[in-house]
Structure formats: C-alpha cells, structure tokens
Design a protein around this ligand. Structure first.
Ligand SMILES: Cc1ncc(COP(=O)(O)O)c(C=O)c1O
Length: 448
C-alpha cells in the first residue's frame, strides 16, 4: 500500500516532470533545433512552403456540414457556385472535383479528339498537357516570355495550323496572360479562315477556343476585369496549396459568346460530369427517384464538405487573403530590390494584377546545378522553397513523345534559375525576414 505522504510526493514529482516537458516543447517551438539523424539535418522549425489556412471558421463550417446530413453535392455547392458567379461577374459556374477534371470536361464537351491540336505553354504543370493527351489530341507546346513565365503570343502565332482547336493559356504564378493579344490573334481573318470545325459546337464558335488554365489566378485582374470574365472558359483550382482551397476542387467559369447559352451549358456540363445522369442525388430525394442516363458521362462533382471550405475561403478572399498575399509579395520585392543578382517576379502593372500565388524569384547568370545548391543551402537554414515548374519537355513522358527542351530555350532559361519562395496566409514579418536572410546568405555562399 502507498501511504498518503508518498502519494503526494509522487503527484508533485509528476507535476514537475509535466511542466518540464511543456517548457521543452515551448522552447522547441520558439527556437530552431537542428539535429543530426542518419547523417541528415532535420530542422524542427522549418518555415513551410504553402500550408493551407485551417482555422476555427473552416473547421466549424466543415463540422456543421458533416452534421447537416448532406455531405455530397448539395446546397453548399449550389451556394458556392452562385457566390463564384457573383465574384467573377459571370452567370454560370460549375464546381468540379479538380481543375484537371474541369479542363478535361471542357475539351471533351468541345469534341476534342484524335487529329486535333491544342496549343499550351511548355512551362506549366503536367495537368495542362495530360488532359489533352487523355482526349487523344496533340498538345502543341510553345515557348514563353522572357520577362514573365507566361505563354508568348508570337510563339502561339507560329504554332497555329488548321488542326488547332483550342489554346490553353496558363496564368503562371497568378499573373494573367496577354488575353487581348490572344483574342485578336484568333479572331484575325487569316487565323479564322484556317479554323476547320469538326462538329456543330465548333462550327457555332467559328474559331479557336480560349480555355484559360487559371489554376493559380482566382482573384487576378486583367484590364479591370476579374479572371473568369475574359477567356471563353476559365478553370480554377482549389487544391490544398492554392490561394483559395477546398482541399481538392476546381471550378469552370463559362463566358462563351452570345451564340451560346452559358446557363443551359452549365446544366448540361453538370450532367456530363455526373455519369450523364439527368438528376443529381439531392434532386432524387423526396420520392423523385426516377432518373435517366443521357450520355456516358464522367464523375467529377464537388462535395458539400469541399464547398463548405470554399464558402469560408471566398468570403474573406479579397479583403483578407489577397491583401495578405500582396503584403508578402511587396515585402519580398522591397527587400530584394537592391540585390542586382536577382530578377524579381512581375506581379502588377498597369494592365494586370496578380493573385499573388507564387513568388517566383530568379537568380541571374546561374545554371541549374548552382540553383539546386542554393536551394539546398536555403533548406538547411530552415526555409522550404520550391521550383515552378520543370518545363514539360524535361520530363520523361513528354521527352519520350519527342518533345525536346532545345526547342524551348526561354522556358529552360527561366526554369534553370528559378526558386519559388514561401507565401501563405499565416506568414509573419519574422518569417519573411528569415526567408530573405536565408536566400541572401545562400546566394552569397554560392556566388562568392
Ligand atoms: C497550372 C496548373 N494547371 C492545372 C493544375 C491542376 O489543378 P488540380 O490539382 O486542381 O487538378 C495545376 C495544379 O497545381 C496547375 O498548377
């Protein structure tokens, strides 16, 4: 038996031990502890690259949805679509399970298939090319601009043939592409007369389709118009690292010319994205069970749990998220401005306002190997960075299809010296100072 005195002593010792552990954990959070494990430095206090903003508002809204009895596509998705319409100033938005699915849905709706050519930038994420390949068409890759990372208009011009059915410009890092120039080009009599439609939809449009891959650029502005209101069709991504996230998810914004009924098209795309079933799960409730299948559709609907996150994210997007992201970008640029070894990203000018998605820094006169050493050194100093993107012709699959990086010299030059810096809502000034210091010191060490 333990007597009363021993029991109290035990409790006191336990209390001291618990307090000791708490103090150690607090210290751990405040200072960077680097220790060696299997010969590698593990930094317990790394600045992450782009963690999502998961706060009580998001958590409570998701819990509310889980408890509501409706978790798949339902009232939240409907409301999120309506709010996205209002936000983009358009009348027709369809939420999807990802941007990839949204892009592919549109290509399939437009009848893209074997023998068709779709122009895309060589400098993008693989999704832009893969959706074209899934449809059996050919992604015609073109080089990008020197001063930013977006598709070059001159190169588009040279790539258009009578097989070209669509162009997928990508707003890399959140900076809008040169949409007016693209529009002028595809509407020019010479290019229009080259267009050879394969079906009634293509005949109705009478020209190349502009399908914007705006995975990075929700909230960006081009000539006073929000992205979504510019291209024929725009696709956003709400993947976990994006500015506005639903964990996974996307949205298709329909902005086709007057010959098309964007509202009716949305209803059809909804069916096409749900196995071709003419009633969704919510509509089938209340005894209204009988449905038909009108085409062999896909399965790409967004859930109400995802939309719950989206509703919270969208409500605070312009006045909170974008403001914070702009502050981060400005902070980096103001502090890097005098370092003549660096090329700072373009993110705002008279015509364009970025969504401040990726801070894509470049370092002058270095090769890929030096860039990679700089990245290693930055990481060892406790900062997570990234590279956006490896031009597609560098990747095995596309290389094996015959694409060669020598045909995309600007894409390679931009890539070889690029480092994307952390940017996320919860970043503090202290963190930014640490990133700037780590980058500067690492560049000094490599370029000494
Ligand atoms: C340029 C670009 N396009 C498309 C996608 C695909 O987005 P999702 O993951 O929502 O399918 C991404 C994803 O990162 C991207 O960066």
């Amino acid at each position: 038996m333990v007597d009363c005195h021993e029991w109290h002593t035990c409790q006191r010792v336990l209390k001291v031990f618990v307090n000791f552990c708490r103090t150690i954990m607090k210290i751990n959070l405040k200072i960077t502890i680097i220790f060696s494990m299997f010969g590698k430095n593990i930094n317990l206090n790394m600045i992450p690259f782009a963690p999502p903003r998961i706060d009580d508002k998001i958590i409570n809204k998701v819990i509310e949805t889980l408890k509501s009895g409706w978790i798949t596509t339902g009232p939240n998705v409907k409301l999120f679509e309506e709010k996205l319409q209002k936000y983009t100033g358009t009348e027709s938005v369809l939420c999807t399970s990802s941007a990839t699915d949204g892009l592919e849905l549109i290509l399939r709706w437009f009848g893209i298939g074997k023998g068709d050519e779709i122009i895309i930038p060589a400098y993008t994420y693989c999704a832009t090319a893969n959706v074209v390949i899934h449809c059996g068409a050919i992604p015609v890759m073109v080089d990008v601009n020197k001063n930013d990372f977006n598709i070059s208009i001159n190169n588009i011009k040279n790539a258009i043939t009578k097989k070209t059915k669509a162009i997928i410009p990508v707003d890399i890092g959140g900076l809008p592409c040169d949409y007016d120039e693209i529009s002028r080009l595809i509407n020019s009599p010479a290019v229009k007369s080259l267009f050879s439609p394969n079906n009634e939809l293509q005949k109705k449009l009478g020209r190349i389709l502009i399908l914007a891959d705006s995975a990075h650029s929700i909230g960006a502005v081009y000539k006073n118009k929000k992205i979504g209101k510019i291209a024929d069709i725009t696709v956003f991504s709400f993947h976990a690292v994006k500015n506005l996230t639903t964990a996974e998810g996307g949205a298709v914004v329909l902005n086709l010319p007057d010959e098309f009924n964007n509202k009716e098209l949305k209803d059809f795309l909804k069916i096409l994205g749900l196995h071709g079933q003419n009633k969704d799960a919510l509509t089938k409730t209340k005894g209204n069970w009988k449905y038909d299948v009108i085409t062999a559709g896909y399965k790409i609907n967004m859930t109400d749990i995802q939309a719950a996150m989206g509703l919270v994210e969208l409500e605070r997007y312009d006045n909170d998220t974008l403001k914070k992201r702009k502050w981060i970008f400005d902070y980096y640029s103001e502090n890097f401005e005098d370092d003549k070894r660096l090329i700072l990203p373009v993110y705002n000018n008279e015509e364009k306002k970025s969504s401040y998605h990726l801070y894509m820094l470049r370092i002058k006169d270095i090769d890929e190997e030096k860039r990679n050493i700089i990245i290693k050194k930055i990481t060892e100093k406790g900062v997570s960075v990234n590279v956006h993107f490896q031009p597609l012709p560098l990747l095995s699959f596309y290389k094996n299809l015959g694409y060669g990086i020598k045909d995309f010299p600007v894409a390679y030059d931009n890539y070889k010296c690029e480092i994307s810096l952390p940017s996320f809502y919860d970043m503090t000034e202290e963190m930014l100072k640490k990133v700037i210091d780590s980058v500067t010191k690492s560049v000094n060490e490599v370029l000494k």
